[in-house]
Design a protein around this ligand. Sequence first.
Ligand SMILES: O=c1nc[nH]c2c1ncn2[C@H]1C[C@H](O)[C@@H](COP(=O)(O)OP(=O)(O)OP(=O)(O)O)O1
Ligand SMILES: [Mg+2]
Length: 196
Amino acid sequence: MTDLIVATRNKGKLLEIGKILEGVHCRIYSLADFPDLPEIEEDGVTFEQNAIKKASAIAQLTGLPALADDSGLVVDALGGRPGVFSARYAGTGATDETNNAKLLEELRGTPPERRGAAFHCVIALCLPDGSCTTFSGELRGSILEVPQGGGGFGYDPLFFVEEEGSSLAELPLERKNRLSHRGKALELLKGKLSKA
Ligand SMILES: O=c1nc[nH]c2c1ncn2[C@H]1C[C@H](O)[C@@H](COP(=O)(O)OP(=O)(O)OP(=O)(O)O)O1
Ligand SMILES: [Mg+2]
């Protein structure tokens, strides 16, 4: 494989994925290289369905092997919500800020021992012929009561990682990549690429 397009509109994800793929012998494109591509509707009910939908649509439209990431936050006390709806948790026009505010609001009064959560990530790699492979990763942690740190994106300032004693937003990108749901899924993908 000599070309690969990373099919995400999320700049935080793109940065993390780009760093992990640095050593891969492949020319890496992003959606910015193809400004006319349409928005792909994420109407699947699982991370896997949405990842495959995004990657296969972009592979078809560009004629390039495409990689997509579908990920989200699964909160124990909320019965797994926001899950696949993480990006739209606070409704239409949701931003990282409004999503984080809604999460704090929904967990108000929930004690630390019941604030467990996990990030899930499914990476799909699809070829223009329609064939797809998926890789997944998970990271467990808990939801803080007050945001901590200025790095990362999304729910990072509220996601506390026990082993690090800090939120994901307090970790340098490379350290986050080493332990994150996305990092784990992409390492599996890299293992596969190196044998391809
Ligand atoms: O490491 C992470 N650190 C913090 N937050 C995260 C992370 N990973 C996923 N998330 C959150 C962000 C967003 O609210 C949702 C992903 O939604 P998701 O549809 O997969 O991505 P997106 O719409 O931002 O970009 P795109 O679909 O173009 O790849 O979960
Ligand atoms: Mg999305």
